[in-house]
Write a protein that binds this ligand. Structure first.
Ligand code: NOJ
Length: 741
């Protein structure tokens, strides 16, 4: 331990001994230590703790700061992101601890979104597993690897609900549903943080992007968000809340405006909602230069005003913007920001540094030996393989084309079959695509080189049809065709909005030509958002949605294709028939003119396309089939203090063992405001052997039926409800019940 740090800790211990004979709680104990450190700090050093700069190791935004090392030394920068490896973070930490005046350790942030080195499926893919334990494990493995490589803070989970497939960042979230989104948000936070932030295998989570970032107008990233407060509170807020309730100690303010005010300057969002309503105790960091961007938003005339607005709204740390660094001191001197604002912010940041154990050992997270042991460990690769196979969604399987049989001659077509970079998806963190095997390699390993004929056919983008003849020739020699199509990994994630969500380039055209050969065609899809797959669905005999499945993706896809694993994933975003249906989601309202009434004229409908999606929320097939009994209710009258149990008997009626995600929805038939036609209220993933049946029971309590009523109070309303149970949001059994006064 360094000399300076010893001084700091001693000061902390002394202070605590003088003022409190007994320690009431861990929180209070840390607060006392934080206070004692803060007493030693100058204003400049306090502002330094409110500053976060990127290193030049990774570029995740539009600007880079030169000279961040010098600023660490001067105590002007207390936090770094985009720097990793135990060796490099140790080097920077040493400068902070040994060369800055007070030796306060640095936080090291990084976008460990779906893996650090061992990469898991993109978050949207993981959500399709509906397997909370596997998702939590994925976050824990990511944390373990990151924590050994110097990282103590991840900018995850992204808790943004979205019904906007044009928006490339749907790949980073858990889909369209607030209930599932909340469960997954909590699982991810617990995975990253564990029960003890000071554990060397866990890191600090960051709930982002607060708030409502997932609803940009027209799906264009960073665009204006405009939604009613009711929709915000009932649909968009719950996953952020769940993440905070799960103990997340940092939150990132978003780029977008909400109700005319940029989120980063919104007192309503950052103080009234986040701190007062949700009781958040950690610190708020901005997104990349989002304080500066308030000038472009047009709510302030210059960066200094932006900084004042952000600080007063509740922003504790400025990511990369240098606004706090440049203007905070003057604003304090001029009385434009109360000193309390700065003290509170620094207090929260130091509090978290204490919780992470950094004051005890600043090098806790930079451990070369642990890094060597943890990164790409066999157990981590297994965990990645496990989630990857569970995330895949079988969209179609006509005539049991799948599973493929070992020894069948398979023509593998498509550029994506050989691309390991694309398997990783966006936000690959420190993931290394040279370490991995492609889909083609894995199919060859499994099925034997001699049984696999590969032709690229075409690229994933562009108009070049020069490879078509070779692809057709390869396909002619095969029993079955496996064509891997989809998007480049760069086409989803941040700044990757699309106006057209078709399969890009000439991939579908080649599929059409292959179809003319009259051989069974299996399409494997790699994409980070719902695509319009209407044409592909007509052409392909089978379609497997594989997302961007991560480091072990090639093997996972191969094993699903050959039936080593029976697919069990279910969509967590609705897949439209046509782009014009977007935004399309299962919890829509009935409207005054619903289409299902007789005589479709003058009804809420399209004249050129059905209303319903190609694949609904919750949808996914299996190599087996499941039968659902009618629903049994423990009571048809739910009292205010009571509960209702709804059960179905689910049977595996096919020829192989399989897993089914049994889903429970409700509908409130009459409310003081209109209510969705369905809302997910529970799910359970059950494994069933051939012929086996299991009773699945959901418990409904009145609190689960609460919403923001006409007068904006939160609660339930008595009356008639419907309850649905099924294997997706469309194909369900149905019963009625009454909620009593
Ligand atoms: C901008 C992105 O919006 C955010 O999600 C990310 O964490 C930061 N850049 C840092 O890379």
């Amino acid at each position: 331990m360094t000399k300076k740090l010893v001084v700091t800790i001693l000061a902390a211990a002394l202070f605590s001994a003088c003022n409190h004979s007994t320690q009431t709680s861990e929180e209070k104990r840390i607060d006392e230590k934080v206070d004692s450190v803060m007493r030693l700090m100058t204003i400049d050093e306090k502002i330094g703790q409110m500053v976060l700069y990127t290193s030049d190791w990774d570029v995740t935004g539009p600007s880079l700061k030169k000279g961040y090392i010098d600023e660490i030394r001067k105590g002007n920068c207390g936090n770094i992101f985009n720097a990793h490896t135990a060796a490099y973070t140790r080097k920077l930490q040493k400068i902070a601890v040994e060369e800055s005046r007070l030796g306060i350790p640095l936080l090291f942030g990084y976008d460990v979104i779906h893996g650090h080195k061992t990469i898991f499926p993109i978050s949207l893919g993981e959500s399709a597993s509906w397997d909370l334990a596997a998702i939590e494990k994925s976050a824990r493995v990511s944390a373990t690897e990151a924590a050994a490589s110097g990282i103590n803070w991840t900018f995850a989970p992204m808790c943004d609900i979205s019904v906007e497939p044009r928006w490339g960042r749907v790949s980073e979230g858990a889909g369209e549903d607030p209930y599932l989104g909340s469960k997954i948000a909590a699982a991810r936070v617990h995975g990253f943080q564990g029960d003890n932030l000071g554990d060397t295998l866990t890191i600090l989570a960051c709930v982002k992007h607060f708030a409502a970032y997932g609803a940009p107008t027209a799906g264009r990233d960073y665009n204006t968000v405009d939604m009613s407060e009711r929709v915000f509170l009932d649909t968009y807020l719950p996953p952020y809340k769940a993440a905070i309730d799960a103990g997340a100690m940092s939150v990132m303010s978003s780029f977008n405006e909400y109700d005319g005010v940029p989120a980063t300057g919104s007192h309503y969002l950052l103080t009234d909602i986040l701190r007062k309503k949700l009781g958040f105790k950690g610190f708020v960091v901005t997104d990349y230069t989002s304080i500066n961007e308030m000038v472009n938003h047009g709510v302030v005339a210059n960066e200094k005003e932006a900084g004042i607005m952000a600080a007063k709204a509740g922003v504790d740390m400025d990511m990369q913007g240098e606004v706090y660094f440049k203007y905070m001191k003057k604003a304090l001197e001029d009385g434009l920001i109360p000193m309390k604002v700065v003290n509170d912010a620094v207090n929260r940041i130091l509090h978290v540094k204490f919780m992470l154990g950094l004051f005890k050992d600043p090098y806790l997270y930079c451990n070369e030996a642990r890094e060597k042991r943890e990164v790409y460990s066999p157990a981590h690769l297994d965990a990645s393989y496990d989630v990857a196979k569970k995330s895949m969604v079988l969209l179609k399987n006509a005539n049991h084309v799948l599973p493929l049989k070992k020894g069948e001659k398979i023509a593998v077509i498509g550029e994506l079959a050989t691309s390991t970079r694309d398997l990783l998806g966006s936000w690959k963190a420190a993931g290394d695509w040279n370490f991995m095997k492609s889909i083609l390699d894995e199919i060859k390993t499994y099925n034997g080189d001699a049984n696999v004929i590969y032709a690229e056919g075409c690229k994933k983008e562009g108009e070049d049809r020069g490879g078509f003849p070779a692809a057709l020739a390869a396909a002619r020699k095969a029993d079955k065709i496996v064509m891997v199509i989809g998007e480049s990994c760069e086409w989803s994630g941040e700044a990757s909005s699309r106006t057209n969500i078709n399969v890009p380039g000439v991939q579908t055209e080649l599929l059409e030509k292959l179809k003319a050969l009259n051989k069974p065609i299996v399409v494997v899809l790699m994409n980070g958002r719902p695509l319009v797959l209407t044409k592909e669905n007509e052409l392909a005999d089978a379609m497997l949605e594989a997302w961007f499945p991560g480091t072990m993706g090639g093997k996972a896809i191969t094993h699903v294709l050959f039936g080593e694993y029976n697919p069990s994933g279910k969509l967590t975003m609705t897949f439209p028939r046509a782009l014009g249906q977007v935004p399309i989601f299962y919890y829509e309202k009935n409207t005054g003119r619903p289409i299902y009434l007789a005589n479709p004229k003058y009804k809420s409908r399209y004249i050129d396309c059905p209303n319903d999606p190609l694949f609904p929320f919750g949808y996914g097939l299996s190599y087996t089939t499941f039968a659902y009994s009618d629903i049994k209710l423990s009571t048809t009258e739910l009292t205010a203090e009571g509960e209702l149990k709804a059960s179905v008997n689910v049977t595996n009626t096919g020829n192989v063992a399989g897993e089914e995600v049994v889903q429970c929805y409700v509908r409130d038939l009459v409310g003081s405001v209109t209510r969705p036609v369905k809302e997910l209220k529970g799910f359970e993933k059950v494994a069933l052997k051939v012929g086996e049946s299991k009773v699945v029971t959901f418990t409904i309590k009145p609190a689960m039926l609460a919403f923001h009523r006409a007068d904006m109070t939160y609660g339930t309303e008595p009356g008639d409800f419907k309850l649905f149970i099924g294997g997706n949001s469309r194909d369900v059994k149905e019963v009625g019940f009454k909620l009593k006064e």
